[in-house]
Design a protein around this ligand. Structure first.
Ligand code: UD1
Length: 340
């Protein structure tokens, strides 16, 4: 079984990817500094997969520690690099924290395995597109000036990885540009665990429905969209997790050379009000919501062209918006009854 290092493997997307790696016959090794994840997710993973994968508690900004990790785990076939900070607003307030963490960790892990034939999957984001001129946005759309330091770390990291390839690195690299990951595993044993007040739409919806928050505010209904609220391409986290397995498989092919980038979304957009309606209809929960002002920095609408992913990555989504909402709700109920 091929060993795959999963950095940030106890986080939201990381934990779901660990499950999909095992389902596909890989042997995940988890690295996480627990700065934005809970160690009890390991117990939850064990309930799904039947055992606890090897785990290293490590901050990848620790260069020496990362080198030691590479000595202890020399025979890996791939790295899926999730470990990064991801809160857009916080990155505007504390840019250096973001540049420091997201770059040091990436550089240290790359250096640690430099010279070895390792397949590397990088967590990128649709944030690299800003507000695209043409929708759905394709991978070849021009990358706009980043709206936030967080977005800038994704843009620069992609450039770095591409340059590394041009220079003839031993790594093969795929960057996956995620659209908006939501939902939870069908077992309801793992899901998104926001620390404090959630910044993202779906955890705010589920926390409002369960009574942790009084109401949810729709940030603006005066955009140039059908119902006036912003549009995003929401994708089920299990579909997203499977994209990482597809990326590893593609890089395993002799024919794959160097570097490539893929949109990871459903290919359709949903407005905030459509998401709220889908939640209400698919769960039977009435949501207390109000219309509020626009949120600074939000783009109006984005959804991805996923033809390249379908044709080359041989991957596409299977789960719809109702399933995303139902699974997110099941997880919220589970966590309310079984706090970690
Ligand atoms: C942003 C980033 C994305 C990043 C993600 C992680 C951009 C373009 N996108 O996604 O790259 O991975 O954060 O944090 O920078 N909304 C409400 N009320 C709420 C919360 C959200 O109406 O209480 C609306 C927002 O205005 C937006 C939509 O819901 O229109 C989705 O927001 P959110 O879940 O925060 O994700 P993005 O901002 O799209």
């Amino acid at each position: 079984m091929a060993k795959i290092l999963v950095t940030g493997g106890l986080g939201f997307i990381g934990s779901h990817t660990v499950v999909e790696l095992i389902n596909s016959g890989y042997e995940p090794i988890i690295v996480d500094d627990l700065s934005n994840s809970d160690p009890k997710i390991m117990d939850q993973l064990a309930k799904i997969i039947g055992y606890k994968p090897p785990f290293y508690k490590l901050d990848l900004c620790d260069e020496q520690g990362t080198k030691e990790l590479a000595k202890k785990e020399p025979d890996i076939a791939g790295i899926i690099h999730f470990a990064a900070f991801k809160a857009v607003g916080e990155s505007v307030q504390q840019p250096i924290k973001y540049y420091r963490n997201n770059f040091y960790s990436l550089l240290n892990i790359l250096n640690a395995y430099d010279g070895k034939p390792v397949n590397f999957v990088f967590s990128s984001s649709c944030t690299v597109y800003g507000q695209p001129d043409v929708l759905p946005v394709t991978e070849s759309a021009p990358v706009k000036t980043a709206e936030s330091p967080y977005g800038n770390t994704k843009q620069i990291a992609e450039e770095m990885l591409k340059d590394m390839q041009t220079a003839g690195s031993s790594y093969k690299v795929i960057s996956l540009r995620y659209f908006n990951p939501v939902g939870a595993h069908s077992s309801a044993l793992i899901g998104e665990l926001p620390i404090g007040v959630p910044q993202n739409l779906v955890p705010f919806i589920t926390q409002t429905a369960i009574g942790k928050r009084e109401k949810i505010t729709v940030f603006g209904d005066d955009y140039s969209t059908l119902d006036g609220s912003c549009i995003r391409d929401y994708i089920h986290v299990v579909d997203l997790a499977k994209a990482h397995v597809a990326a590893l498989k593609l890089m395993e092919a002799e024919t794959f050379k160097g570097y490539d980038v893929f949109n990871i979304g459903t290919g359709t957009g949903s407005s905030v009000l459509e998401v709220i309606r889908a939640f209400e209809q698919s769960t039977g929960q009435k949501l207390n919501y109000q219309i509020g002002p626009r949120r600074g920095g939000d783009i109006e609408q984005v959804w991805g062209d996923v033809n390249k992913s379908k044709n080359i990555l041989k991957w596409q989504t299977e789960l719809d918006l109702d399933t995303m909402m139902q699974s997110a709700w099941e997880w919220e109920k589970y966590i309310a009854q079984n706090p970690l």
